[in-house]
Design a protein around this ligand. Structure first.
Ligand SMILES: [Zn+2]
Length: 141
């Protein structure tokens, strides 16, 4: 009994994701809706040893803000990107945004020229807003 309950619990997030995808109409032939996933843009916030100083772990947003303000900790990916000249400044933890992204499989080629893709995206736009999906990412196969 207990095992069955645990199993159901661990499947709950998967079902929720499936439900969201199933609320979208099927894409044109040759395309597939893969998943809806939370991603962090422009990249995940990367902690450093400085975030772990003072014997305290700074691992959630509020404590990461504290680590930045009190100890000068910074996202390591930002630091590397600024050093490499590909980013103009180090972003604070709150500037690393969580976004819900719909991942979609589409044929290879120029996205503008894939038959039916634009029409489909315009069709699902109101649903994406309703489901709080911030954007669409394409996997080209
Ligand atoms: Zn960063």
């Amino acid at each position: 009994m207990k095992r069955a309950r645990l199993k159901r619990g661990s499947e709950a997030p998967k079902k929720k994701r499936l439900r969201k995808i199933s609320q979208l109409p099927a894409p044109p032939a040759g395309m597939k809706l893969l998943k809806i996933e939370k991603i962090i843009t422009p990249h995940p916030y990367m902690i450093t040893p400085k975030h772990l100083e003072t014997g305290r772990m700074y691992l959630d947003e509020s404590t990461l803000v504290e680590a930045e303000e009190r100890h000068g900790a910074q996202c390591e990916i930002c630091r590397k990107r600024v050093r490499a000249g590909v980013q103009d400044r180090v972003l604070s933890v709150t500037e690393h945004k969580k976004q819900n992204v719909l991942f979609m499989e589409v044929p290879k080629g120029d996205l503008n020229e894939i038959a039916g893709l634009k029409k489909y995206l315009f069709k699902i736009k109101p649903l994406l807003e309703k489901l709080k999906i911030d954007g669409v990412a394409f996997k080209q196969v």
